[in-house]
Design a protein around this ligand. Structure first.
Ligand code: ADP
Ligand code: MG
Length: 289
């Protein structure tokens, strides 16, 4: 039988927008010492807009955006949605996409109107030894923007800067958690400049940038050497880390894979509900023992 206080708390939790999928994980939540948040879609809204188009050849801005959007039209990544929406806002007609492949944590590639194109991260260029130096790219990075590159074969055609918005609820959630003595950290596949910018805005205790999808769970293991850890994420790439953490928490609006790998789901997509989880868990289990 479920003890009465637990039953009451579960319904209290439901009222504040928490879906508890694993009651034992909810009990473990009272002992959480560190919380690792995914960046995109978790601490930020994950709604990107293209703010900078930086040609590296004589291609014009609209063509850059049109070709990039044609390739990204097959991807569900927040960056892809941002590029496609920005192309729509300019009424650009997309080219036909014949082949498509995603390169997890790095970008996408495909055949657009007979051209072999890629939209990829700075990390991908580094890995391939492709060097691009440009003042406008540096400036965009310094402003905390996410920068991706459009390539034909391995030739850089353009860079694009994208901006995301930090959720206003994130600041309050981090402040409260820190005042409870819980370490707040961030994990992201995005570049270190963006990561640094978000970490400073939110006054995080620590952050990990340019993390590849398969490394996310490894980082949770590292943090677990020192702390009892909760992970909060929304994406397919976050699933192994959610499983590895002592408590896995998914943003409800995230992917099904993340939601199914999580112990607790934030139905209202509000990071402040992470505070409610720890408070409610402490109250519930303090009453029992
Ligand atoms: P996050 O940890 O922020 O959710 P991901 O692991 O999903 O990031 O992606 C890491 C990086 O890989 C992105 O910041 C971007 O540079 C690149 N990337 C991933 N998917 C795409 C895509 N569809 N288009 C362009 N770049 C992408
Ligand atoms: Mg994500």
């Amino acid at each position: 039988a479920i003890p009465l206080v637990v039953a009451v708390s579960t319904s209290l939790a439901a009222n504040s927008g928490l879906l508890i999928r694993d009651r034992q994980a909810f009990e473990r939540a009272r002992d959480i010492q560190a919380i690792v948040f995914d960046k995109t879609g978790t601490l930020t809204q994950g709604k990107f807009g293209v703010t900078d188009i930086i040609p590296l050849t004589n291609m014009d801005e609209n063509d850059i955006l049109r070709f990039a959007a044609s390739l990204e039209s097959n991807s569900e990544h927040p960056i892809a949605l941002g590029i496609v929406n920005s192309a729509k806002e300019r009424d650009l007609k997309l080219e036909s996409l014949e082949e498509f492949n995603s390169i997890p944590g790095k970008g996408v590639e495909g055949l657009v109107n007979g051209k072999k194109l890629k939209v990829v991260s700075p990390g991908y260029l580094k890995e391939k030894g492709i060097e691009v130096t440009n003042d406008l790219i540096e400036k965009a990075e310094q402003q905390g923007k996410t920068v991706v590159f459009l390539l034909e074969e391995d030739r850089p055609l353009a860079a694009m800067g994208l901006a995301d918005i930090i959720r206003k609820e994130s600041k309050e959630a981090i402040e409260k958690l820190k005042s409870m003595g819980i370490k707040c950290m961030m994990l992201t596949g995005d570049n270190r400049f963006v990561a640094k910018w978000v970490a400073e805005e939110l006054e995080l205790d620590d952050y990990f940038a340019e993390v590849l999808p398969h490394e996310k769970a490894e980082i949770i293991k590292e943090v677990q050497k020192e702390y009892i850890v909760a992970m909060v994420g929304d994406g397919v790439n976050d699933a192994p880390a959610l499983v590895q953490a002592n408590v896995g928490i998914a943003i409800g609006a995230g992917t099904d894979v993340a939601v199914e790998s999580a112990d607790i789901v934030l139905v209202k997509n509000d990071p402040r509900n992470v505070v409610d989880i720890t408070v409610l868990s402490k109250k519930t289990y303090a009453k029992m023992f």
